[in-house]
Design a protein around this ligand. Structure first.
Ligand SMILES: NC(=O)c1ccc[n+]([C@@H]2O[C@H](COP(=O)([O-])OP(=O)(O)OC[C@H]3O[C@@H](n4cnc5c(N)ncnc54)[C@H](O)[C@@H]3O)[C@@H](O)[C@H]2O)c1
Length: 389
């Protein structure tokens, strides 16, 4: 596959449009399909807006913008996909809708065409069951906004052939994306390992240890995270963030590590989704109502230490369960959610014994399985090893 290969994208929403824009930017002819014609129109207008902004800011020439737009073909029938080398699916997150979509696609595309899903929470195996030839099918998980975020998680399913994985790695790398490979497990790498960033912050807040502004301040000031957990939940939308947490909790057979929070659930129930509704954890209509952080470095460091220990414990579990390599997990968190450092390199820097002590302290304090230290962390400390040699 090279930049002459035709690319198909099904679903012209946020993610599908983003993927189409990337492919067209790198010279591919792109066929973009949506079940709803209005959505195609909307996507076209969005492209114009986004690219115009780039031209106005001198980040792109008018000619380049025109070329990109000429390469995106808005199509209202899948038959246009018969000449594509790869099709990316980014329709609604619904198993039956995705299965139906792939079954239809399989009857149209050529035999060598790779089929990829951008699902965030469904298993690759479950979608692949709709296909007669699942060897060419895999998960290719982009992050929002796809043209900006550097990371792509590649998820082979049970039946995916190695050649297909290699081709997709090569293609996405040619789009200047960093690629990581993840096992077909809930949340893949980023959406799984990032859970404690929100979950532990919520737990600390629910217990009344600190207010949201202080926790956000601590993570930014002491941890150098770009955003605090509550600001980020409000930005992503509490409805979306809560649903991801709940899905992962269920998929992990109700492991208490992933337990959702009542505080966030109540916000969702009340329609307080965050920035998009004007109110969430913070009030965006009347910011004077928001709490001010208590800027005490010692308090801040303690808050960071607790959340970071939980994040590292989760990253260690992803290594322990062979979800991905140490390098890929660090790369994923740095590029998928802009963490200031890879969690496992951070763990080495802090000292694994220190991280283990923090987990053991929390486990002893609460007596909850949620805080059990990961076996790999324990093993590494016992052997005097680090994640990186
Ligand atoms: N939004 C994110 O942050 C994000 C990030 C990574 C992955 N994802 C995943 O990407 C996929 C799409 O998410 P999104 O945020 O772009 O959603 P979206 O709602 O913005 O877009 C979905 C599009 O699919 C269309 N559609 C719905 N049913 C269809 C069908 N049967 N056939 C063809 N088109 C259909 C809709 O008209 C809509 O344009 C989901 O699987 C989601 O889990 C989303």
């Amino acid at each position: 596959m090279d930049h002459h290969s035709n690319i198909g994208v099904v679903g012209a929403g946020t993610m599908g449009s983003g993927i189409a824009q990337i492919a067209a930017t790198y010279g591919h002819e792109v066929y973009l399909f949506d079940a709803y014609k209005d959505q195609l129109k909307k996507a076209e207008q969005e492209f114009l807006k986004i690219l115009n902004r780039q031209v106005t800011k001198d980040r792109m020439t008018q000619k380049k913008m025109d070329d990109i737009l000429h390469r995106i073909h808005f199509v209202d029938h899948l038959k246009n996909f018969s000449d594509c080398e790869i099709v990316f699916e980014a329709i609604i997150e619904n198993l039956q809708a995705k299965k139906d979509q792939f079954a239809r696609l399989e009857g149209i595309v050529k035999r060598s065409c790779i089929l990829a899903t951008n699902t965030s929470s469904l298993s690759i195996a479950s979608i692949s069951s709709a296909l007669n030839k699942p060897g060419r099918f895999l998960g290719v998980h982009f992050f929002n906004p796809a043209p900006v975020m550097n990371l792509v998680e590649i998820i082979p399913g049970i039946s995916t052939s190695n050649r297909v994985v290699e081709k997709v790695q090569k293609l996405t790398k040619s789009w200047e994306k960093k690629t990581v490979t993840a096992k077909d497990t809930p949340g893949f790498i980023v959406n799984r390992v990032a859970r404690p960033f929100y979950g532990e912050a919520l737990r600390i807040y629910e217990e009344g240890i600190a207010d949201i502004a202080t926790i956000d301040w601590a993570m930014k000031e002491c941890g150098e995270f770009k955003m605090g957990p509550f600001e980020l939940m409000d930005l992503v939308g509490n409805d979306v963030n809560y649903e991801v947490t709940e899905t992962i909790f269920k998929e992990f057979y109700y492991d208490p590590r992933f337990k959702p929070s009542f505080v966030q659930k109540r916000l969702v129930e009340a329609g307080k989704y965050g920035k998009k509704t004007g109110i969430g954890f913070y009030n965006y209509q009347d910011p004077s109502k928001n709490p001010k952080p208590t800027k005490d470095k010692k308090v801040g460091q303690n808050l960071l230490n607790r959340i970071l220990a939980m994040l590292i414990n989760e990253a260690a579990d992803a290594v322990f369960m062979n979800v991905a390599t140490i390098e890929d997990i660090d790369l994923a968190m740095k590029n998928g959610v802009n963490y200031p450092k890879g969690l496992l390199e951070w763990a080495d820097e802090i000292g694994l014994n220190v991280v283990l002590n923090r987990m053991e302290f929390l486990q002893a304090k609460y007596g909850e399985d949620r805080y059990r230290p990961n076996p790999l962390l324990k093993q590494k400390v016992a052997n005097g090893e680090q994640f990186y040699e």
